[in-house]
Each structure stands twice: as structure tokens, then as C-alpha cells.
Design a protein around this ligand. Structure first.
Ligand SMILES: Cc1cc2nc3c(=O)[nH]c(=O)nc-3n(C[C@H](O)[C@H](O)[C@H](O)COP(=O)(O)O)c2cc1C
Length: 425
């Protein structure tokens, strides 16, 4: 166990610190996945099946991790995924995450289920997305859209993989369900974590900050959560995405895409970006991992749409692998919350610093100077995937002659194809 934030060498160390800081029920809400958590585990484990092929003697004295996409300049290719209830993990909650994101020049996606308002987060001034659910009562959705627009949000992320909640059995056992019902073991756990429990008891009430007043009423937090759950609309379809595209003229990103056929449909409708995601393994257990689907989706949509790999990223080399397989950027959820729980603002900062440093070192060791130079030839699958991948590449002649390396400098990542046939970029 590292001795504090500064001593955390990697995201796994922050995870250990977060585990220690949080009472069991809160930890399980954060870490847990659906059913047997097979998908949650595979989201990270699958990165081990992708092997990097470093190239040498390429002069890596200057490494440029910046990219530019969706009209945003990024310090490095990472987005903070939307996560609900951040003040549960530390009183500084969403504000700490948004501030660290702004400091590292990466966009923050504020969740509909946030414990801080759309307007407060906007005051920080970093680049930001708002994550939206399509509620049964469309007026509720429209109001959130209007507020995001008035507060200058760069884009909307529509989460579409939650027609119903996933079966998170850890939460059922610990009582973090709706309505909350804590067994004695959980209550003892809370009392053994006074540093967490006392601010919860005597500090500001943790509530879904964007859903109070107006149509939402002013009931208890549990009552509001129950109402939000009741508003989750199982009947949403592509027509609703059409409606959203017509209503919102900033960037539109669809979150929860796994199937290439859905990616193609979303591109047709005019989405600017897709988050390839299974909600961190919290929804359909047994679902395919984002990394496995990424090359297929890039193949299906070509260069037209930004692809963001979301789920399982714990190392800078994971970002390298995803980019080599066709992603434009990666999104992270739990890694920054581990930091938040472990040490508030300093912990989120440390999580981003760790990933950025690892990514930069990985680029140097891979032999690339800028993000544009990370190409499909830098990776290959091991294990069962290898044979299929070999066949696909052979068919596409995806092993070009050594390309000229691009000049250092921010590079517009939009539309980088994983399998560009023999073409230097
Ligand atoms: C505690 C927690 C809360 C989350 N809340 C939301 C949410 O409100 N909306 C959403 O679209 N996704 C939510 N997610 C999913 C994340 O946006 C993201 O898809 C996932 O965390 C990525 O996997 P990773 O944790 O392995 O990085 C949540 C995830 C966690 C762990």
C-alpha cells in the first residue's frame, strides 16, 4: 500500500488507497459491475492480448502528446467519462474532477446524475461535455439541454446503454440500492470510516444537484433517485437521436456503442463522435469489450466519426494500444474516481499525471514522436484474435513501407483509420 497520493506509482496504487478510504458499500458501488463482473474484468484484461511493436532509432527527444478534435485542444488523448454522485467519494466531488481536467487540458463530461450543478461546473472554465439521458418526460431532457447550452458546454453525450439498470449484486448485498437499506454490516462499515462518514452526516447534503425543484420536486435524495430511475425510458430509438441531432447544434456523442451496425446508423444521423463502451461492465455482463470492437467499428464508419474507447483503461500503454487500433482518444471513469476517493483534488490530479506520464514514456519507447504517428502497425493481437487480425491485415495490405514521421504539433485526430492501406499520414 503506498503511503499517500504522492507515493502512488500507478492507477492500481490509487485503487488500493481508494479502497481503504471508502466504506464497503460505497467502494462496491464504485468498483462493482453487473452479474458475475466478467465484462468488467475483461475490459482491462483484454489489453494484455494486444502487443506493442516498438520501432527504434526514431529520435524521440521531443514527444508531443497533444491532439485536437471536436474543436477542442487536448493535452493528451483522454476524456473524463461521466460518473454520477461524485460527492459520495469525496466532498470536493465534480468540482475537483473538472478542475483537474482543466489543468491537464482534457475535457470533463458531467453526468446527469451529478451532485454539482451544470452551472457551477461551467464556472471552472475548462472544456466540458454534458451527459444526457433521454427521459420519458422529454421536457426534463430539454430543460437539461437548455441549461447545458446556456452554460457553454461544448457537447452532449447521450448515454444509450441504460434502458434498464444493470444487475449490480454488490449493491444489493450492501444496501446501496433504491430504496437504500443498509444491513448491520454496512452500518458498522460506515462507522469504521469516520473520515468519510462525518462529512456525510454533518456536511452538505449529497443530492442529484441538477434534479431539484421544478418538475423534479424537492424530495429526499433517495426519492429523487427513485424518480430518475422511473424516468429511464426503455422505448428510446434512433428517432430520439434524430430529435437530439436536430435540437443540439454543438458536438453530439453517442455513448454505449458496441455494434458496428449501430455505429454506422449513428454516423448517418450525424453524430460527431461515438463512445465505444459497455458502461464499465456495469450493464450487460458478457458483453463484448470496447477494445475488441474498436477495429471493427473503425472499419465500419471509416474516417467520418471520432471514436472514443471507454472502459478498462488503467495504463498509458492501454491508451497507446487503443489509438493504434483506431481510437482517437480514450475515456476513463473509475481511474479518476480512485484518485478522488484517495485524496480529493490532489488525487484526481495524480491520476491524470500518472496516465499522462505513462503515455508519454510509452510513446518514446514505441518510437513515435506525436500522436499521429501511432499506427496500426504498432500493435498485433496475441492469442485467438491473432489469426483473424492477420487475415484482415493481409487482405487490406495494412503493413505499409515505413512512413515519414509527421512533424511534431497538435494533430487533428478526426478520422484516423486503423487500417489505412499503405498510406503514410
Ligand atoms: C461510479 C460510476 C458512476 C457512473 N455513472 C455514470 C453516469 O452517470 N452516466 C454514464 O453515462 N456513465 C456512468 N458511468 C460509466 C462511465 O461513464 C464509464 O463508461 C465507465 O466508468 C468506463 O469504465 P472504467 O471505469 O473502466 O474506466 C459510471 C461509472 C462508475 C464507475
Amino acid at each position: 500500500m503506498p503511503n499517500g497520493i504522492a507515493a502512488a506509482r500507478n492507477i492500481a496504487d490509487l485503487q488500493l488507497l481508494a479502497r481503504k478510504a471508502l466504506p464497503g458499500p460505497v467502494w462496491n458501488y464504485l468498483e462493482g459491475g453487473a452479474d458475475d463482473e466478467v465484462t468488467k474484468r475483461r475490459n482491462t484484461a483484454i489489453f494484455d492480448d494486444v502487443l506493442l511493436t516498438p520501432e527504434i532509432l526514431t529520435d524521440v527527444s521531443n514527444i508531443d502528446t497533444r491532439i485536437s478534435m471536436l474543436n477542442i485542444d487536448f493535452g493528451f488523448p483522454v476524456i473524463m467519462s461521466p460518473t454520477g454522485m461524485s460527492q459520495l467519494f469525496h466532498p470536493s466531488g465534480e468540482m475537483a474532477v473538472a478542475r483537474a481536467a482543466a489543468d491537464h487540458a482534457v475535457p470533463y463530461a458531467l453526468s446527469t446524475m451529478a451532485t454539482t450543478t451544470i452551472e457551477e461546473v461551467a464556472q471552472i472554465g475548462g472544456r466540458r461535455f454534458f451527459q444526457l439521458y433521454c427521459f420519458k418526460d422529454r421536457r426534463l431532457t430539454s430543460e437539461l439541454l437548455d441549461r447545458a447550452k446556456a452554460s457553454g458546454y461544448d457537447g452532449i453525450i447521450l448515454t444509450a446503454d441504460t434502458p434498464v439498470s444493470g444487475n449490480r449484486e454488490r449493491d444489493l448485498v450492501s444496501g446501496m440500492s433504491v430504496p437504500m437499506k443498509f444491513p448491520l454490516k454496512s452500518l458498522i462499515d460506515f462507522s469504521l470510516h469516520p473520515k468519510w462518514s462525518l462529512p456525510m452526516l454533518f456536511g452538505k447534503r449529497v443530492a442529484l444537484a441538477n434534479m431539484t425543484g421544478g418538475h423534479w420536486g424537492t424530495g429526499s435524495a433517495a426519492g429523487v433517485i427513485a424518480m430518475v430511475n422511473g424516468q429511464m425510458d426503455r422505448s428510446i430509438t434512433w428517432k430520439d437521436l434524430d430529435w437530439l441531432r436536430a435540437t443540439w447544434n454543438g458536438s453530439l456523442i453517442l455513448k454505449g456503442v458496441s455494434a458496428p451496425i449501430d455505429a454506422v446508423e449513428a454516423a448517418k444521423i450525424g453524430c460527431d463522435g461515438l463512445m465505444i463502451s459497455n458502461h464499465g461492465g456495469r450493464q450487460l455482463d458478457g458483453a463484448v469489450t470496447p477494445l475488441e470492437q474498436l477495429p471493427h467499428i473503425r472499419d465500419a464508419v471509416g474516417d467520418a466519426v471520432v471514436l472514443i474507447l471507454d472502459g478498462g483503461v488503467r495504463r498509458g500503454t492501454h491508451i497507446l494500444k487503443a489509438l493504434a487500433l483506431g481510437a482517437d482518444a480514450c475515456a476513463i471513469g473509475r481511474p479518476y474516481i480512485f484518485g478522488l476517493a484517495a485524496g480529493g483534488p490532489a488525487g484526481v490530479h495524480r491520476a491524470l499525471q500518472i496516465l499522462r506520464t505513462e503515455f508519454e514514456r510509452g510513446m518514446a519507447l514505441l518510437g513515435v514522436r506525436c500522436v499521429a504517428d501511432i499506427r496500426s502497425r504498432h500493435v498485433r493481437w496475441s492469442g485467438q484474435q491473432a489469426a483473424t487480425d492477420f487475415a484482415v491485415r493481409l487482405e487490406r495490405n495494412a503493413w505499409p513501407n515505413r512512413p515519414e514521421t509527421s512533424d511534431n504539433g497538435p494533430w487533428t485526430a478526426v478520422g484516423r483509420s486503423a487500417f489505412s492501406p499503405g498510406k503514410a499520414v
